[in-house]
Design a protein around this ligand. Structure first.
Ligand code: ZN
Length: 259
């Protein structure tokens, strides 16, 4: 077996384990519960989940997607998050064990995990939790300081934070409703630190376009009323995922490309 195959397998196992933890984060953080204690238990019968019932993907298959005690169905979301994080870790796998490769892997894998947690929590709770944004900020600042020119990340962060703030205030003055939530504005600000000034402008533009198209579609098809709450985070995250994880594709569609 080549070394790259071994690295890929290790990354998959690591990713699916983190996916298992991410399931805990997605369930507990929006409910303001600790992600450390107590041990996971069945929400239906409180049966404490044993370590061998908690092996990513495999346990779900062995238990046929049911609680071992009360046979209540377990959401397929759990093994899917584990599988997805395993695949993401494998796609981001470093090609060697050099320290910069490992740091890059840790950073980009963490960004992917944060994006998935934000995405799922925002869809369910219309909320981008401060705890997750704070963790995102704490890993991004040292990464940007080490890898990007000072002006680039500083300007990106300022535009990402202040731009949406101004839009929100203007929107409120004109329409009398709050457009973007605080979590959205903080997320734009942090993304600006990675994407830089032009990158964050592209992100704001693309996420607003995507959000407007989907929002209008939902209103027209009467799946949503004009003034009901609308999760905007997923559009920021979809746009940012293309920018960060598919840079070649993004270069082709970038509305702010100077070429
Ligand atoms: Zn149970």
């Amino acid at each position: 077996m080549s070394i790259q195959v071994i690295i890929n397998i290790l990354c998959f196992l690591f990713g699916s384990l983190i996916g298992s933890f991410l399931n805990v984060v997605i369930y507990r953080v929006p409910r303001e519960l600790s992600v450390v204690t107590p041990r996971s238990s069945c929400p239906n019968c409180n049966h404490e989940i044993k370590w061998y019932e908690n092996i990513p993907i495999i346990s779900y298959l062995f238990l046929k997607g049911k609680c071992s005690n009360c046979k209540q169905k377990v959401s397929v979301r759990y093994p899917l998050v584990e599988l997805l994080m395993g695949v993401v870790a494998m796609l981001l796998a470093p090609s060697d064990f050099a320290i910069t490769s490992l740091i890059n892997f840790s950073f980009y894998f963490s960004v992917a995990a944060i994006f998935l947690a934000h995405l799922m929590i925002d869809i369910e709770f219309k909320l981008l939790p401060d705890k997750i944004n704070l963790y995102f900020l704490l890993i991004t600042i040292p990464y940007s300081i080490a890898n990007l020119p000072l002006f680039y990340w500083l300007a990106g962060g300022l535009i990402g934070f202040l731009g949406p703030c101004i839009i929100t205030v203007l929107f409120y003055k004109l329409r009398g409703v709050v457009g973007l939530g605080g979590g959205d504005i903080k997320l734009f600000g942090i993304l600006g630190l990675i994407l830089g000034p032009f990158g964050i402008l592209s992100n704001i533009f693309m996420s607003c376009m995507l959000g407007s198209i989907v929002g209008l579609g939902l209103i027209v098809t009467k799946k949503m009323s004009r003034d009901s709450a609308f999760a905007f985070g997923p559009f920021i995250i979809i746009a940012a995922s293309v920018q960060i994880f598919m840079p070649e594709f993004f270069a082709m569609i970038n509305p702010f490309s100077l070429k």
